[in-house]
Design a protein around this ligand. Structure first.
Ligand SMILES: [Zn+2]
Length: 424
């Protein structure tokens, strides 16, 4: 057993107790309140974390309750570990109180245990281990705690107007081994006058809708069922809207709906019929999901979620999708997105992280590309490193979210080893 592992084992109870304290704060985003931009609870979780960091002897800073930080030493940081203390609402289906940490068969169950309060606690204990075992560091390290990751990351955007980020940043808010590539993302909202039918399908733009209800003069004429899923992995889901459009266009001839049916054939997920269908070697096929279609006040309103490859630009892909929609009679209400994110797999930073991962877990390290965006999507040179291990699922955002005690400790161990590898 390494000294680091031994230290963490000895501090297991302290880590778990502190995680329980953070879980007890329901740090879901709320309206701005005085000097709390995301409501009082995210600010409270941050305050609690910074106090603990200060007690451990680190130099802390609270940047107006957007973001807090803790520095290992006076040395200007070269490395930042970025976590967040806000959580998504509990939702339904829990078997225990989501805000009372439950220990059961090696699991720590509660909202935020896995995303991302557990990893935040692990990052603190990683830095404490390095400090208390008196391991010398040549370079500085900063822990950064955000409070708005789940609702658009306005925390980081603000922080970056006030402070410079270190050249190397990783976030244990994704999965191992290392996520170094993230597709570009576009969200398009469009509409047109429409009085023929009443259509209800899809409330969230980044989810594949599971149900589409269509009625005419209060009689349901179509009820299509699919399978819900995340818009970045539509091949694992079944889109109820495109199913409806397919059924509809076989018999009826409304030009808007038939136009949509031709742009979004049932079963197609890469936007080929819209003139897209791009792919690249690293991130694979792009995705293009018609995720919302609803009638409201005489308008038919739709929403599309697109994740595009690393070798395309926001401008190019936006241009193609908007033109396709305009060609069949829709107006574009908004079209916004982000460019793809890539950090060089061969950089010394990424190679160091992979080495540490291999050393601690005994498994082969490699880089992965995803369709979703992580906390470092906008940060040059940033990667996601942890906190979920391959083939493990802690029900992030779902009921009975958990992290195992072993993974809490293993995350702290990996982060401590990474600090030493990169800054020692
Ligand atoms: Zn997260």
């Amino acid at each position: 057993m390494t000294e680091i592992r031994k230290y963490l084992e000895e501090h297991r109870e302290e880590m778990i107790d502190f995680l329980a304290e953070l879980v007890a704060v329901r740090s879901v985003q709320n309206d701005a309140n005085g000097n709390c931009p995301f409501g009082k609870k995210p600010a409270k979780a941050l305050e609690r974390m910074l106090k603990k960091c200060e007690e451990a002897g680190f130099n802390v800073e609270n940047v107006e309750n957007y973001v807090g930080s803790a520095d290992f030493s006076e040395i200007e940081p070269s490395l930042a570990i970025l976590t967040h203390l806000d959580v998504v609402p509990e939702g339904t289906g829990w078997n225990s109180d989501p805000y009372v940490l439950k220990r059961s068969e090696g699991r720590l169950i509660g909202r935020g245990t896995c995303d991302d309060k557990g990893p935040a606690v692990a990052s603190l204990f990683a830095m404490k281990a390095v400090r208390e075992l008196a391991m010398p560091l040549k370079r500085g390290v900063r822990l950064i705690f955000g409070t708005n990751e789940e609702n658009g990351s306005a925390d980081l955007a603000y922080y970056r107007t006030k402070r410079k980020l270190p050249p190397m940043v990783f976030t244990p808010d994704g999965e191992y081994p290392v996520i170094n590539a993230e597709k570009g993302m576009i969200r398009v909202y469009f509409s047109a006058d429409f009085n023929d039918l009443s259509i209800t399908s899809g409330k969230i733009i980044n989810a594949v809708p599971e149900k589409c209800v269509v009625s005419c003069e209060r009689h349901i004429i179509f009820l299509c069922k699919g399978k819900s899923g995340h818009a970045s992995t539509p091949e694992k889901a079944e889109n109820a809207i495109t199913k409806f459009l397919y059924e509809y266009s076989r018999t009826y001839k409304n030009s808007l709906l038939c136009g949509l049916a031709s742009l979004f054939p049932y079963g197609e997920t890469d936007g080929k019929s819209c003139g897209l269908g791009f792919s690249d070697e690293i991130s694979g096929k792009m995705t293009c999901v018609l995720s919302m279609l609803n009638t409201e006040n005489g308008r038919l309103k739709g929403g599309i979620d697109i994740r595009f490859p690393l070798d395309r630009t926001l401008k190019e892909v936006s241009g193609i999708i908007c033109k396709s929609l305009e060609n069949i009679g829709f107006e574009i209400d908004s079209c916004e997105g982000t460019e793809p994110h890539v950090t060089d797999e061969n950089s010394e930073f990424v190679q160091s992280l992979l080495r540490v991962y291999e050393r601690v877990t005994g498994d082969k390290g490699h880089c992965i590309a995803i369709g979703g965006g992580t906390y470092v999507h906008e940060i040059d040179g940033g990667v996601a490193f942890g906190a979920e291990f391959p083939n493990e699922d802690g029900n992030m955002h779902g009921a009975d979210e958990f992290i195992t005690e072993e993974n809490l400790i293993r995350n702290a161990e990996i982060m401590a080893e990474a600090i030493i590898e990169i800054c020692g």
